[in-house]
Ligand binder design. Sequence first.
Ligand code: SF4
Length: 212
Amino acid sequence: MKQLTRADYNGYKESLKEIERIHQSGKRPTLCMHVCCAVCSCWPLEFLKDFDVTIYYTNSNIYPSEEYWRRLNELKQFLKEVHPEVKLVEAKYDNEAYTQKISVLKDEPEKGKRCIMCYGLRMNEAYRYANEHHFDYFTTVMTVSRQKDSKVLNHIGLQLSHQYPNTKYFISDFKKADGNIKTNRIASSLGMYRQDYCGCIYSYLQRHSTDQ
Ligand code: SF4
């Protein structure tokens, strides 16, 4: 099969093709999904209704710790009320070690090299878990965000898939076909907490410096 490269595919169409293949197989596959927050998971969980989904929550990027627990607790509440069938696995939270790793790129602008490193670190940890537990698929919810380039995320996922052969990477572009609008609509209807910065200390400081 021709290997997909960064520029020659449409993530949304690829996701629909994969779902069509699954329908034809008559199976309900398992899928491990990296989730960054409850708001971003609203539409992807609807989109992935044909999968048996487990969320892997690995977001040591989030600063400060109060914010980390707030986002995680919001996700837990959402799953309890709306998706009780979805399992949640929590990774260890260690913002200090995480910040140390990304600090080499602390002066990068948002969406730059620091963010690409940050996507890769979290996706790698979640993908490793998926592979060790023999999930059929792995994906990340982050392609629903307008702030994140789905092609970059899918490129990282496809590269990681070479290391993790038990689990296929599910290419996605959840923001397409109004996915971003849908996820925001669901979150608003539930009165969900919505953060105003991405997560790491650098995005936190930048957000607060523009408040002055
Ligand atoms: S801005 Fe967001 S994606 Fe970029 S490094 Fe910070 S937490 Fe990670």
